[in-house]
Ligand binder design. Structure first.
Ligand code: TZP
Ligand code: MG
Length: 357
């Protein structure tokens, strides 16, 4: 069974969350649909069976568990149950999802077991902030658009996506009415994680639909335009926000060039790396970074999503055009500052994982 840390790491990399909702999928088709979602490479799968008795949910959960590969080592998707935390240990699920009218996050966690993830639905900025404070590992935000899957709820609209993104640090999944018409719109306003229920379940080719969604999330105009800081500190962070925040932060510092930056702030063995990173940054960033200092805490000032949980693999993926990388080390690292990044690459180079091109 994956540990809580492994589950959190898997969650931090997640983009597409699917729900097997028995309102759309009869129990007899649950196994087939689950297989299709696994084939499509979704990151989370939830079982949502509003009208079934507990015993039937447990039985379906066990069937799904047998199909869904373990999420340890980032292999399979996370498997989440809706509403019944006590079933989590017996089914072997990775977590539980609760709504605003359900058990608190703390009680759900206690019933589901200490290693389980707890997600919470939110329908406003206030609820999103409160859910994070309450300790939710991720939140759902929606319904963004009106949806027959949750007919009694007033849609919150796409404008909430950006507000939540700047206020909340835990992963946030946009939900409600997301389909081939609406996904491009929410991506342009900053959505980077989505839950899709009906559009995915009703698709005639579920794996192909999953691939299309992922492509939308990863090749949006925002994503393609992104500069180095965005690639490093979180895709979908908008250019104008980057420019403004980085300029604000850096305007205090004297001008530096790559050479003086590296030699001023780093010991000799790390200077080449620092210089290279500075140059990559300058070349690819939309921001003026001439005053960059190693101790600048971009996470605190820029509130970029996911920075805490950026893994070595993700970081190296972004710099692989400049370094030859053999990604065998999946140790999650905490990169808070430019100096941390230099240190981390130095460590990887010393261990032979990264070599200069
Ligand atoms: N919570 C907010 S909207 C929603 C839930 C469970 C349903 C989303 O379903 P669909 O079919 O993707 O609109
Ligand atoms: Mg519920």
């Amino acid at each position: 069974m994956p540990t809580l840390d492994q589950r959190l790491k898997r969650l931090s990399l997640a983009r597409l969350y699917a729900i097997v909702d028995t309102g759309y999928v009869e129990p007899a088709r649950v196994s087939h649909v689950t297989q299709q979602l696994v084939l499509g490479g979704v990151d989370l799968i939830q079982l949502r069976a509003k009208k079934l008795p507990l015993a039937a949910i447990s039985e379906l959960g066990e069937k799904m568990r047998a199909i869904i590969p373990s999420a340890g080592s980032n292999a399979g998707p996370l498997f989440i149950l809706n509403d019944h935390p006590k079933l989590v240990p017996e089914v072997g699920a990775d977590g539980i999802h609760v709504g605003q009218d359900d058990l608190s996050v703390a009680v759900a966690r206690q019933q589901a077991g200490a290693g389980a993830l707890v997600g919470k639905s939110t329908h406003s900025l206030e609820q999103a902030i409160a859910a994070e404070k309450e300790g939710a590992d991720y939140i759902g935000v929606g319904p963004i658009y009106a949806t027959p899957t949750k007919p009694d709820y007033v849609p919150v609209g796409p404008a909430l996506i950006d507000q939540v993104r700047t206020a909340v640090r835990v992963p946030q999944f946009c939900i409600g009415g997301i389909n081939e018409k609406t996904l491009p719109e929410i991506v342009t306003v900053g959505a980077r994680r989505v839950v899709i229920v009906s559009a995915l379940l009703q698709s005639s080719d579920i794996p192909a639909y999953c691939r299309w969604v992922r492509e939308q999330l990863e090749t949006s105009p925002t994503f393609l335009k992104m500069g180095f800081w965005e690639t490093l500190f979180g895709p979908f962070f908008r250019d104008d926000q980057i420019i403004r925040r980085v300029r604000e932060k850096l305007s205090k510092y004297p001008q530096l060039n790559a050479e003086s930056f590296a030699t001023t702030y780093f010991p000799e063995e790390k200077q080449a790396i620092a210089k290279k990173l500075w140059e990559i940054t300058k070349e690819h960033s939309v921001a003026d970074i001439t005053g960059l200092r190693p101790e600048d805490e971009f996470v605190a000032d820029l509130k970029m999503d996911d920075l805490d949980s950026l893994s070595t693999v993700e970081i190296l993926t972004h710099i692989e055009r400049d370094f030859e990388v053999d990604i065998t080390d999946e140790r999650a690292v905490r990169i808070r500052t430019f100096g941390d990044l230099v240190d981390e690459i130095y460590r990887l180079k010393r261990n032979g994982i990264v070599r200069d091109r």
